[in-house]
Design a protein around this ligand. Sequence first.
Ligand SMILES: [Zn+2]
Length: 297
Amino acid sequence: MRHARFLRDVEKSLREFDRTRGVFPSPYPTPKQRATCIFCGGSPVNREHMWPQWAHGYIPKGKRKWRALHLREGIDRTDFIITNHGGDPHDFQVRCVDERCNNGWMRDLENRVKPILRPLITGKETRLVEADQEAVAAWIALKAMVQEYAPHSAVISHHKQRKRLFEKQQISRKSWRVWIGRYAGNRPDELWITTPALLLPDRIVRRKKSRAATYYNSQAATYVLGELLIHLLRSPDTLGVRLFQFHPAVRWKLRPIWPPTGLSIVWPTAGLSAAEGLFVARAFRNEVQRTAKAVMT
Ligand SMILES: [Zn+2]
């Protein structure tokens, strides 16, 4: 029964998104200055700290500068932009939400995940039930959407996704996947990696005259907070999202938290080394590159 439904879903996704993707080298579309809140449309918008005070102790901090690595994937090349943020990721601010959201549902969500995240971040024993996993997934989606509006970032989310998060504190089960893992490496600052991409159905790729991407619709992102590694994947290519698999070498160390599995997670899990963490962060990029090459040849 379940199997039949899965097949029906797959067929439906195939019709909607005929299986092939294109990824394009691109100029760097910089998000426009927002006059209205990205979630509710309200104004004025304020500068907000991306990471709340309580999380600061777990975010890479030091005298050296914090570097964010932005990867732009092309068919025949990879572009890197490394942005130097003045000294400290703690001060990373984005101007894109209004007071009502910030002090309302965003604060509520923050307060809800704080006690769930703390043992994950510090490697203490805990158990995450489905509702906890859902809250963490919504929280990281919120961070990822806010980050889209930071300098050198790319807007990826459709406004309907932001509206859904605002109204229900939930993300789509089909176009988002989120995993957590325990990071046992020693280079957490290497892992603040976001990989935006443009994935398009084959019929559109064939019509497209230029390979330049003027927007993005997909992303893989990895964040490390203390001992917690969070990885997210999102794309309108729902079949691609559904079928994406990590290599078995790291898969068993990761726990999917979105879409819901119905399973509790017992923590701590087996730790990911620094190399395995990087492998996880790059897995989606590698798969997209493989697919893109296959399409082109
Ligand atoms: Zn708002």
